[in-house]
Design a protein around this ligand. Structure first.
Ligand code: ADP
Ligand code: ZN
Length: 212
């Protein structure tokens, strides 16, 4: 199954994507993770993307579409995939539909209060990308990833100035995709307004929507 995950920054998309990709044994393709990896490795794309990302803006469509197109050609996508963070603009969605058929779109929703709390408290492992939260998901040793021993840090774009910008960008550029995919009849809305310990509820709803 070819799946797209939509939802505001901070809704927990990355966490749900990881779980669902394990359950369905299909790759999680996160453009945010791909950009962070490129930045870490100081590739050409990484250097370009960094300017936009740190400020909370979007990386230009042509760059983003290019990396997704390359990624979808890989063998592990043959039996399906889960796109996490792409598309984020109508232009990206149009480009995607030219590349491949999408079976279902899950739109995760949560209140603005929850979203801002998740974003401002979020911490992430520099090495493996595991997500933590200063109050709700705390690593056993402060600043050290439980899974790989990597450094746990706050993303530049999770600082308050960039968070506000990202939420604005989401409203203007990404929210129109809800109507776009509703019209195609493939969008399902998933309530993610749960405390993070209850992530299993969200996963259960997502599975129902995918298996209906
Ligand atoms: P979040 O979902 O928490 O905003 P991501 O890790 O998905 O974070 O993305 C981080 C940043 O990477 C975005 O704010 C944006 O700058 C860039 N990015 C990720 N995906 C895209 C995309 N599809 N188009 C443009 N920029 C993107
Ligand atoms: Zn780690």
């Amino acid at each position: 199954m070819n799946i797209v995950l939509l939802g505001s920054p901070g809704v927990g998309k990355g966490t749900y994507a990881k779980k669902l990709s394990e359950i369905y044994k299909i790759p999680q393709i996160s453009t945010g993770d791909m950009f962070r990896e490129a930045i870490k490795n100081k590739t050409k794309i990484g250097l370009k993307a960094k300017e936009y990302i740190d400020k909370g803006g979007l990386v230009p469509d042509n760059v983003t579409i290019g990396i997704v197109e390359e990624r979808l050609k890989k063998d592990d996508c043959k039996n399906g995939f889960m796109l996490d963070g792409f598309p984020r603009t109508i232009a990206q969605a149009d480009a995607l539909s030219d590349i491949i058929n999408i079976d279902k779109v899950l739109d995760f929703t949560a209140s603005e209060e929850i979203i801002i709390d998740r974003l401002s408290g979020r911490r992430i492992c520099k090495s493996c990308g595991t997500i933590y939260h200063i109050r709700n998901i705390i690593p056993k040793v402060k600043g050290v990833c439980d899974k790989c021993g990597g450094k746990v840090y706050q993303r530049e774009d999770d600082k308050p100035e960039s968070v506000k910008k990202r939420l604005d960008v989401y409203k203007k550029q990404t929210e129109p995709l809800i109507e776009y995919y509703t019209k195609k009849g493939i969008l399902r809305s998933i309530n993610a307004d749960w405390p993070i310990e209850q992530v299993d509820n969200v996963i259960a709803d997502a599975r129902k929507a995918l298996e209906e």
